[in-house]
Design a protein around this ligand. Structure first.
Ligand code: CA
Length: 226
């Protein structure tokens, strides 16, 4: 597993690099956005850990540049702020996950494992529910003649709900399966991604609804079969 860490706080970068190496990862370091982008374009990484506030080119610009060039390496953004706005703009740029500084080593490693786990897996494509088809490999959601592209987390969450067809998926299940780390602070993220998914279902004019069971979780409902 090869990981690129882009972080301008040299002390932090070197400490995290040492932790990654101790875990058996190959870790490359970059200390500004331009250097990070250059390295990300030059090699095939399994995961990129990207700080947002960076000299020369900020993390969100680096990320947008990579995604425009269809480089789909999982990206874990590091942010000093836990503001929802930053999270949303990062998700719009194609980030796969967030970690707010300061973070625990155990949490960082759990996130990396969750992000890299799916990469090596041969995923079965084409999950159906009601009038929608989720192409897990392409991250594409189709309803009739319309389709939209979903972010990695959205795919994972929808896949989990389809697998539990009709059954309740609790917030704990989402956090455990999608974020790979059981942490109360992720529960708000579940709501954010559910709202993204609802918007995309609406764009597709799908009859599938995501029902909220207040305080417990969510389930898919096939409105077309009623
Ligand atoms: Ca920084």
């Amino acid at each position: 597993m090869r990981i690129l860490l882009v972080e301008d706080e040299v002390g932090l970068a070197e400490a995290v690099g040492a932790i990654l190496k101790a875990q058996g990862y190959t870790a490359d370091l970059a200390f500004d956005g331009e250097q990070g982008l250059k390295k990300a374009l030059a090699a095939d990484y399994d995961c990129i850990i990207l700080d947002i506030m960076l000299p020369k080119m900020n993390g969100l610009d680096v990320l947008s540049y990579l995604r425009v060039r269809e480089i789909e390496t999982p990206v874990l953004l590091l942010t000093a702020k836990s503001e929802l706005d930053d999270k949303i703009s990062g998700l719009d740029c194609g980030a796969d996950d967030y970690l707010t500084k300061p973070f625990e080593t155990g949490e960082l490693l759990a996130r990396i494992r969750a992000l890299t786990r799916r990469r090596g897996m041969a995923v079965e494509s084409g999950k159906r529910f009601g009038d929608i088809i989720l192409d897990i490999k392409k991250g594409e959601l189709t309803c009739g003649a319309n389709s939209v592209i979903l972010g990695r987390k959205e795919v994972q969450m929808l896949e989990l709900m389809i697998s539990n067809a009709g059954g309740l998926v609790t917030k704990e299940m989402f956090v455990k399966n999608v974020w790979g780390y059981d942490d109360d602070s992720e529960y708000n993220n579940v709501e954010v991604y559910i709202s993204f998914l609802r918007k995309k279902l609406a764009i597709l004019h799908s009859k599938v609804n995501i029902k909220t069971r207040r305080g417990i979780g969510y389930c898919l409902e096939d409105g077309g079969s009623l």
